[in-house]
Design a binder for this molecule. Structure first.
Ligand SMILES: [Zn+2]
Length: 441
């Protein structure tokens, strides 16, 4: 096991990668501010080569990646010099820190792009994390996305699995503007690396994706084995038409979201039936809305107690049973995706789909709808668990040309064991305990 180095704010916040050194910190209630200086002094005149004399300094404010869910702002002191020879005045070079006139540090920008493309965060959530305006985050991410794409001409090499997803990029008066994002999932599938951005196309129609696929060279299309997607039928049709050999996979993120949406709808419906109004802050169902979405293996003791109380028949009779059943289905689905043994995960999910696609009591409206949707797409859902046609690239070093920029990294939470399982009653389903997650993106 590796030892420890001295705690170092500069390194911890990855300021060293930007050529900065932290010189101070100020913790405000809603943000952390780090004072920084530029390490390279940059005192030689760019015009005549004479030495410059320090004149004064200016402060450049930049949004950095949020640390601990708290926006982190950099206040970079930038020196100004005046040339002792020709009188030219310049500022210390900060191009390593951020682009010209940028409001985000390069790390902050990377965090934002990763968040949107890989973690499915909204632009609003990213803006909140950075502590900047929606427009600032949006413009920066779009520009960075394009830059990453243009800079990496080899990004299509060796791609065998892709994911396609739509994002509402901008809400306008005349309707929402969509961007279709294509990502390379080869690394995730082979267990050799994270997902990365492959392309961004305006629009979200079947045609947008179909055109994009049709524009790729024949040889490239032939090597794509898997296309992961959300429930949007248009992407499926485009895939079938343009890549008849590829397997369409309904992406775990979206499958889980379908179940999560069913859980939300059920909770709201039951809430309305019991209380006759929408959730208020003291209603137990409303208060538990986030806890209900937490994977069973990730619950804190407090959350476990909250759920046990919510589903306690002595306290609520059968009034919360429908929510409990829907919740347990959601949990079983997460468990299936987290199952390290893929064939076992597949089996669990198949059983789950079978169990909710017929014979479900009519009261469970949301489960019935979910069952119907998943039944229709069973093959696409289960295709996720299929092993690759042939496993290539045994070493990371063989993956791609060395020129490829750093990958967009998917960070995956590691759940802990549940101490006490919540007992299953009647035909309520047991929430499985999950040792690790395989679901990512
Ligand atoms: Zn000079």
């Amino acid at each position: 096991m590796a030892g420890f180095a001295c705690p170092d704010l500069t390194v911890f916040c990855r300021l060293d990668e930007l050529g900065l050194e932290a010189t101070g910190q100020r913790l405000e209630p809603d943000r952390a501010v780090l004072a920084c200086r530029v390490v390279e002094s940059d005192q030689w005149c760019r015009r005549c080569g004479c030495e410059g004399a320090p004149r004064d300094s200016v402060v450049r404010r930049l949004a950095h990646e949020p640390l601990g869910w708290r926006p982190t702002t950099l206040e970079v002191t930038v020196r100004r010099y005046r040339c002792t020879g020709c009188g030219h005045v310049w500022r210390q070079d900060t191009s390593q820190v951020a682009g010209p006139r940028a409001k985000l540090s390069r790390r902050g920008l990377r965090w934002a792009l990763e968040g949107i493309v890989v973690q499915h965060l909204t632009v609003a959530r990213v803006a909140e994390g950075l502590g900047v305006a929606w427009d600032t985050a949006n413009d920066a991410v779009l520009a960075e996305g394009r830059r990453v794409l243009i800079d990496d001409e080899h990004r299509f090499d060796g791609v065998t699995a892709i994911g396609v997803d739509e994002h509402v990029w901008r809400h306008t008066r005349r309707g929402d503007k969509y961007v279709t994002v294509v990502i390379d999932l080869t690394g995730i599938r082979d267990g050799t690396g994270p997902a990365r951005l492959l392309d961004m196309v305006e629009g979200r129609s079947k045609q947008a994706f179909k055109t994009w696929l049709a524009e790729r060279p024949r040889a490239w299309r032939d090597q794509v084995e898997v296309v992961a997607m959300d429930g949007f039928a248009g992407f499926k049709t485009a895939t079938t038409e343009e890549l008849p050999e590829a397997v369409a996979v309904m992406d775990p993120f979206h499958v889980v979201r379908l179940a999560g949406d069913a859980l939300d709808r059920c909770r709201r419906r039951v809430q309305q039936t019991i209380h006759g109004h929408r959730g208020r802050k003291d209603d137990p169902l409303y208060r538990a809305r986030r806890t209900l979405h937490t994977g069973a293996g990730l619950l804190t003791d407090r959350q476990k107690a909250r759920l046990a109380a919510l589903f306690d028949p002595d306290a609520h009779g059968d009034r919360h049973v429908e929510v409990e059943v829907t919740w347990s289905i959601y949990q079983r689905m997460i468990a299936a995706y987290r199952e390290p043994d893929r064939s076992k995960g597949r089996e669990v999910l198949l059983k789950l789909i079978e169990s909710i696609s017929h014979g479900v009591p009519t009261a469970l409206v949301e489960v019935r709808t979910l069952g119907r949707t998943l039944k229709k797409r069973t093959d696409d859902v289960l295709a996720y668990f299929r092993p690759p046609r042939h496993v290539q690239r045994p070493h990371r070093s063989d993956q791609r040309p060395a020129r490829t920029p750093p990958r967009l990294r998917a960070r995956i939470p590691k759940p802990h064991q549940l101490h006490r399982e919540i007992p299953a009653r009647d035909w309520r389903l047991q929430a499985a305990v999950t040792p690790s997650i395989r679901m990512s993106l």
